[in-house]
Design a protein around this ligand. Sequence first.
Ligand SMILES: *[C@@H]1O[C@H](CO)[C@@H](O)[C@H](O)[C@H]1NC(C)=O
Length: 362
Amino acid sequence: MARPRLLILPLLVAAAAVLWSPLDRALAKTAKKSDDIVNGPLLTSKINAKRTLIVGPEDEFKTVQSAIDAVPVGNTEWVIVHLRSGIYREKVVIPETKPFIFVRGNGKGRTSISHESASPHNAESSAFTVHASNVIVFGVSFRVLTRYTRRLNERSQNSARAGLPNIPEVRTVAAMVSGDKVAFYHCAFYSPHHTLFDSTGRHYYESCYIQGNIDFIFGGGQSIFQCPEIFVKPDRRTEIKGSITAQNRKEEDSSGFVFIKGKVYGVGQVYLGRANEAYSRVIFADTYLSRTINPAGWTNLGYNGATDHMLLGEYNCTGPGAAAANSMTRVPWARQFTKEEADKFLTVDFINGKEWLPAYYY
Ligand SMILES: *[C@@H]1O[C@H](CO)[C@@H](O)[C@H](O)[C@H]1NC(C)=O
């Protein structure tokens, strides 16, 4: 019979092409195509982990922190901490001494770390804290519950803050990231304000959802937010117009926040960012900006210094909130970057990502 032979030959040729294409194989080790979907299995295959610790109500580890605690100090090989679906009501800290941890959830709608916290200190309030370097997180939601903040309000009824549900002085940080080479894929961060403390180090956030109102992505991190979804949560009871970002670059270092191919929308109005240090650096590129962006674009509320060293601006953004639609009302120090100026920020080279990311968008 001739038919099977006709089928087998093309199959062999195709298989050989897949197996022997050195370019494909080299790329497969470090990257993915932009139309691949990053998921738990893909990241697992890129990270050669020898050990998996499972967290769940019926498993060896009942809490996320107990699994982190079981990773040895000075760890040098990737360990997967797998979180089964469910809500983990606890504060989680990955200490500086425990690198090479891959926290793998079942998806941001299924696995959640939720902590009731509020404190004058960012680190103290944070539901999920990464001090270690080389940490990967996939498919987890981080949420701060703020009953404490509500109680505080009730007690201070006569003060000027009375009625404010969200007090900027009281921090409600969903996640704090101060390690180097930390990546989040398909995660979500929820808090009324000060949601993501992107403190220091090189970080990558791909397809993450971030919600908040006041300074809700803040810190001195060197970070790329690839395809983010940023939702501005309304807070009609405060007079403060919030800001999405507050990047605090104090001198000419390598830090800065870069948002690429995302969308920003919500209810109420906020600024793209608050210039809170002389060298603040934030770029929104190829991003849809809805009417939720104040026409001024940026604010320097609380900062009285010079604006000449700041790099706060947009490149190729669209939508009714973009500079193109608001050129007469943008603050004078807001930038509209040219392609040449923007280019160095628009690939993972900005965070040396090709050297350490298990997968990235290109
Ligand atoms: C501008 O952004 C859009 C997405 O909004 C993208 O498709 C397009 O390639 C970008 N153009 C340039 C010149 O970067």
